[in-house]
Design a protein around this ligand. Sequence first.
Ligand code: SF4
Length: 421
Amino acid sequence: MNVYDSERIAAMLEKHGLTQTENVADADIIILNTCAVRAKATDKVYSCLGRIRRAKKESALLGIVGCVARESGSDAFRRIPELNFVLGPQSYHKLPEIIKNPDIKLLNIDLGGLEKFDELPQMEKSPTVAYIPVQEGCNHCCTYCIVPYTRGRELSRPFDDVIADTVNAAKTGAIEICFLGQNVNGYKYTDEKGNLFRLSDLIRETAKLPEILRIRFTSSYPTEMTDDLINIFGTEPKLLPFLNMPIQSGSPRILKKMNRPNDLDAYKTIVQKLKNVRPDIQISSDFIVGFPDETDEDFAETLRIAREIKYINSYSFKYSPRPHTAAAIMPNQISEQIKSVRLQQLDAQLNENQREFNMSCIDKEMICLFEGNDKTGRNLVFRTPYMQQCIVEKPDHEITPLQKIKITDANKSCLHGEIIK
Ligand code: SF4
């Protein structure tokens, strides 16, 4: 979501005559687009602001946008007096105001709903992978999560608006569409005639665009995996056989404390239904270790489900107490030391899953998306349908953005392959 927001901010400022620079000392305006999902991310923002205020030109405007801006509010000005603007994730379209009035201090952390999408300019050139938000906010209220506070209640964008964005992305260079939302599969939009549109309808409509060759979406909430969405994995070949469906913990007791779906059999049934319609599908998850009151037995259940589902490409974090969340004040907080040990054990399991899956890809042929050169400049980097990195020796012929590649070798972090002409 932040990649999307940053692209839109850049496009909006370019319309106001600004160009991008990599050098802080050259910049006339410096914007940190921020994430507040973990305390560490918030701390990084403030230490980065400390460095930037020393390196920037005196006249340069400095500000933060996104979830840390919403979390901090006016306190951000107290902590960093050089800040000129603090704009929440739903008000960064107000940025041009600060360009017109550089002498004001601009604070706007309102939850303005979907208004920003109407204000943002369409991209004139789309990246190969276009991120398209379909909804903002979340109604689920997981007890550890700050997102319902920073992004607000769930709102789905009008179906036609989302499709207009995908058409524009397709016409301006996108090959892959990634639909985004904090609760992307909760997308529900009813038009004025009473027609209900779901994420499966967006996928079906987008797949009709000849320029778009790959479709994916993130992040999914398990109980929102309705049958229409499961079944489209079986009928729409452009939809990648890869799904991020976070479980967070393998312990029903901890899931209940997290206010997450805690019926593991129901979760496994969804995975099985997906495999029935798309046998080659792989699942990824996010995990939190060391949630308050998590015992060794609870954690053992997390390791067990990670092994059983054979998650690939997953994200694992130590629980981080966040303001405005119920879990931050729960009793029996877990020590950092125990969290670190558990994280290491979980990562070892997830790495083993990844290694096994990567090895199973050897000798297979995959259609992969070109990403760029590697650091040496001698190799090309591609992304497989399962989001693995695949390294290929630079050929002496032109390549197309999507290439059929034969996988020749693998390790836990990447694949190696050869382009099939
Ligand atoms: S479903 Fe995701 S975004 Fe929503 S509250 Fe839970 S963790 Fe946060």
